[in-house]
Design a protein around this ligand. Structure first.
Ligand code: LR7
Ligand code: MN
Length: 578
């Protein structure tokens, strides 16, 4: 008996001695877990967990880092460039705007480099997140590029949140996008659905259709030539889970259209956001201090006035309540501004998410035409889209900036916008000035208010009746003289009240090599030019010379002014779009 009692006590002592530290560890562990929950409880993600606590993260707790890092050695693996010698010999680039030979050699499941800020692995995310329909609209895209987009989404999204991938075919005519595609997606057991337009609708209407047909709570749009990166989805869903009127945008890395090399768009620690110039060309700008400071960590989501257009997540019901995209916008362009202005002005938010990265193939040029829809419309279709957006969402002051930068847009027929204005009224949306002051305040730093145009139109030389032409070249380059074509575009020249001579978003300057197209100095709207009505000369104030045409070569340069020389005489002729 005694022996047993002693033994029993000993066991108890040993047990207690063991249990105390075990209990301690256990309590500590669950405390830490509780703290982790607190971190995101009711908040977006305002604290990172500490480096030393990373081992506490587990799937169930809201960390979605994939645990197995696979490595392969095939072509293009790790997001590396495909061997360029082979690449140069292919002419699919003309058909697709990207090198399909290279794409066809690269695995649909290839690995890419993790381009996120290091911090990203340490964020906690909620366990309950909405389900997602990924919508990919396409028109005549390359099969392997489209499928690599699908594979990357399936491989890198938590299956509990990814309800479906919707492929919406905008009336492609390539044969491999028909039965072959239908057959291919069968292997995904209904997780990938293909729907097709009866006629060409353009990407804007096709996306709206995709939203209608989607069945999940959140829709995520991707272009048909993307690769999503590690843990891309959850960081996009989290801000939406906390606030349904938030649209989230991943950071868009580049995929080379020749080699399919995957490259980070910005260096670590640099955050940019989407803005615009007054001709509604999309621009990106380093995050303003005010927005940088609003957040505790550089990898946290931040507010952005707009987005590039193609890649974003939004609550489906909310998107449809906003009227989806204006159905009067045709084919391509401007829809990114329409949606952005609508979201911000009508009570929502746009956030860019540094921890969500998606690669996109930037093509060298657009390989498709705009189809029948473009023929129905007179004038340049993209500018018509811009005009609709401007007329619906801007106020008189800012509309004026647009028409100053794009003067021929005044003459464009934009169709009926009364539905859009009614929607704006119904949703009780705020003014564009409110948006500029509170959200897009950094636009003015780069693109200040535009002085009025004193003259604009084709700039025609009196001696040979040819037109000033930007020649479609990238600055710095020489301005040329060409037959007047009457379409404006590269021949549409503006001289504003502050002496700036502009063609499109570019400026005209002069040096010893000639008359040049240059990048306008950001934040300035002035220049050295004066048009002298009596002598019809274009005078450079600081160099005290005039623009002259060489009688033989037709090249342009600055010469000592001679009011009687017709090679120095110019007329502005207003061009209306055709
Ligand atoms: O008629 C069409 N029907 C379509 O379904 C024309 C195109 N499409 C498809 C096309 O197959 C592709 O999947 O629509 C998608 C977008 O077309 P792209 O890839 O030719 O457009 P883009 O990448 O040159 O242009 C950007 O701007 C567009 C303006 O309308 C769209 O918003 C694109 O989605 C957008 N792309 C991005 O934002 C990716 C980042 C690029 C930048 C900056
Ligand atoms: Mn694209």
């Amino acid at each position: 008996m005694k022996v047993y009692a002693r033994k029993g006590r000993l066991i108890r002592i040993v047990l207690i001695l063991c249990i105390i530290p075990l209990l301690y560890l256990l309590i500590n562990y669950s405390e830490s877990r509780k703290n982790l929950h607190k971190i995101y409880n009711g908040r977006l993600a305002s604290k990172l967990i500490k480096e030393e606590d990373v081992h506490l993260l587990s799937e169930g707790l809201g960390n979605y880092e994939p645990k197995n890092d696979e490595h392969f050695n095939g072509p293009g693996e790790g997001g590396l460039a495909f061997n360029t010698e082979a690449v140069n010999s292919d002419d699919s680039e003309i058909e697709y705007g990207m090198n399909m030979f290279a794409s066809d050699q690269i695995s649909l499941n290839r690995t890419i480099k993790d381009t996120r800020p290091k911090e990203c692995k340490r964020w906690m995310y909620p366990q309950n997140l909405p389900t997602v329909s990924v919508i990919i609209v396409f028109h005549n895209e390359g099969f392997s590029v489209l499928m690599r987009t699908v594979h990357s989404v399936l491989n890198r999204s938590p299956p509990q949140f990814l309800k479906e991938i919707l492929l919406v075919d905008d009336y492609s005519d390539k044969t491999d996008l028909k039965e072959k595609l239908d057959k291919y997606v069968e292997r995904f057991d209904g997780r990938v659905r293909v729907i097709r337009n009866e006629e060409r609708e353009g990407l804007i209407r096709t996306r709206s259709r995709g939203a209608q047909e989607a069945t999940a709570e959140v829709i995520v749009f991707l272009d048909a030539h993307c690769e999503v990166n590690k843990n891309w989805l959850v960081p996009l869903l989290t801000p939406i889970a906390f606030d349904e009127k938030t649209m989230t945008v991943p950071i868009i890395d580049g995929i080379d259209h020749k080699t399919f090399e995957y490259r980070p768009v910005y260096g670590e620690g640099h955050n940019f956001r989407g803005i615009f110039e007054w001709g509604l060309l999309y621009k990106e700008n380093e995050l303003p201090k005010r927005e940088e400071k609003r957040r505790a960590h550089s990898s946290e989501p931040y507010y952005s006035p707009t987005h590039a257009g193609g890649l974003f997540a939004i609550n489906r019901k909310y998107f449809l309540e906003l009227g989806a995209y204006d159905a009067g916008l045709l084919v391509w362009g401007g829809e990114n501004f329409e949606l952005s202005f609508k979201i911000w002005q009508c009570g929502g938010k746009i956030m860019w998410v540094p921890c969500s990265r998606v690669g996109h193939v930037y093509r060298g040029f657009m390989p498709y035409n705009f189809g029948k829809l473009a023929e129905k419309k007179k004038g340049p279709l993209i500018t018509i889209n811009y005009k609709r957006v401007v007329e619906v969402w801007m106020d008189d002051q800012h509309k004026e900036y647009f028409y100053t930068r794009e003067p021929s847009a005044r003459y464009l027929e934009m169709g009926d916008i009364s539905d859009q204005l009614a929607l704006k009224e119904r949703l009780g949306c705020k003014s564009f000035s409110w948006f500029m002051e509170n959200v897009a305040y950094d636009v003015y730093d780069k693109y200040p208010q535009l002085p009025e145009n004193i003259f604009w139109g084709e700039l025609i030389n009196s001696a040979n009746m040819k037109c000033f032409d930007a020649m479609g070249r990238q600055p710095p380059s020489l301005v040329g003289l060409q037959h007047c074509h009457g379409y404006g575009n590269n021949q549409l020249v503006r001289l504003n009240a502050a002496g700036q001579l502009g063609i499109g978003e570019r400026c005209v300057d002069a040096d010893s090599t000639g008359i040049k197209l240059v990048y306008c100095r950001l934040g300035t709207v002035d220049g050295p030019w004066v048009y002298k009505t009596e002598s019809k000369s274009i005078f450079h104030r600081t160099q005290n010379k005039c623009i002259a045409v060489h009688p033989v070569s037709s090249s342009l340069s600055l010469m000592p002014c001679d009011p009687n020389n017709s090679f120095q005489q110019w007329m502005f002729k207003i061009v209306k779009p055709r």
